[in-house]
Design a protein around this ligand. Structure first.
Ligand SMILES: Cc1cc2nc3c(=O)[nH]c(=O)nc-3n(C[C@H](O)[C@H](O)[C@H](O)COP(=O)(O)O)c2cc1C
Length: 335
């Protein structure tokens, strides 16, 4: 309700500026435990715990990668109702990302197009931040995952080293790790989505993960054959699960800005990928469904397709920070 009043003001700002304001506000809340608990009560989250990949999730609604790339506000996400958070994507070295503007709203479709390009503070700074939060008692009681990627300047042939270095940096402070081979905004990244390469990346990350579960995040564009082959690679190398999906590449000849499309237009394709993955993997893999979830119906549809957990990002922009709390309540009441 309140967000409906605030949103037009936020939407007067450039999309990335509004995002930065949201992150600063979340950081302000997350660094003040009494305020964090107050906000948590306001949201009236209803937890329905679930065990997935050996981890305990208070509820199934997670924050998707890319919103809090630098671990600015983990406790705030818990206060808004999230049952888990994926931080990052982080790379070994800090990097500025692509030139601005690089984030665009498409309000008629409740969608966003971004070409951020892994702007982040680097895995070592993020590790330090998470360590400090832990020491100060600011770590929320939900699983925190960290997504890892490769630096822009690292040749694709040497990508495995970047994934390993970033994973090693954050493994001790993360509850799970995710391997991002599916951003459309880092040249060559998606070419890592082949059975052999993915298996190699998973093995490299596993070697330094200290037993933490590893998820692989895939692109929505993979056709059935490509998907099955990548899944074989993930299963054989011992990944715990799949995150489906990342954004859809747009902007070649459709009049849209170039980048990755998220939000409602991604919903059906992400759902169908989750269904295919579940059909192919059975219960060999945990699945996190992600793409266009912004209410209880889209959340339930994703769970019905075979997802164990769900994530969202763009829905927050259009529906406000208490969306996860609302979905958690509505899911609990729809049982
Ligand atoms: C601005 C923006 C930045 C993103 N950055 C990342 C990222 O760094 N790593 C990642 O795995 N996914 C990233 N994503 C993709 C989201 O995690 C998610 O897969 C996608 O947006 C679909 O979910 P949604 O429709 O709920 O937004 C980003 C999405 C947006 C909108």
């Amino acid at each position: 309700m309140i967000y409906r009043l605030i949103r037009p003001i936020l939407f007067c700002l450039d999309a990335e500026r509004a995002h930065n304001l949201a992150i600063s506000t979340a950081g302000f809340i997350g660094n003040r435990p009494r305020l964090t608990r107050f906000v948590r009560r306001l949201g009236r989250t209803v937890d329905r715990p679930k065990e997935v990949a050996g981890l305990h999730f208070p509820n199934v609604v997670g924050l998707a990668g890319g919103m809090d790339k630098n671990a600015a506000a983990p406790a705030a996400w818990w206060s808004f109702g999230f049952g888990f958070v994926e931080l990052g994507t982080v790379t070994p070295q800090p990097q500025p990302g692509n030139d601005k503007p690089r984030m665009f709203r498409e309000p008629k479709n409740d969608a966003i197009i971004n070409r951020m390009g892994f702007n982040n503070d680097g895995a070592f700074v993020v590790r330090a931040r998470l360590t400090t939060q832990q020491r100060l008692g600011l770590r929320p009681p939900i699983p925190l995952g960290v997504s890892v990627g490769k630096n822009k300047n690292t040749p694709v042939e040497e990508a495995a080293r970047d994934y390993r270095v970033a994973a090693e940096a954050v493994a001790k402070v993360a509850d799970f790790l995710s391997i991002n081979v599916s951003s459309p905004n880092t040249a060559g990244l998606r070419s890592l989505q082949s059975a052999g390469t993915v298996a190699h990346l998973v093995s490299e990350v596993r070697a330094v993960a200290g037993g933490k579960p590893i998820f692989v995040k895939l692109a929505p564009e993979l056709d059935a054959q490509e998907l099955e082959s990548v899944l074989e690679g993930c299963v054989s190398a011992g990944a715990a699960g799949i995150i489906a999906t990342n954004t859809l590449a747009v902007g070649q000849d459709d009049g849209r800005p170039q980048g990755g499309l998220s939000g409602r237009p991604l919903r059906e394709i992400a759902r169908s990928r989750v269904a295919s993955i579940r059909r192919f993997c059975g219960d060999r893999m945990a699945i996190i469904g992600c793409g266009g979830i912004d209410d209880v119906d889209s959340a339930q549809t994703m769970l019905d397709a075979g997802a164990d957990l769900i994530q969202l990002y763009t829905g927050l922009v259009y529906k406000g920070p208490f969306l996860p709390a609302r979905i958690s309540r509505d899911l609990a009441h729809s049982i």
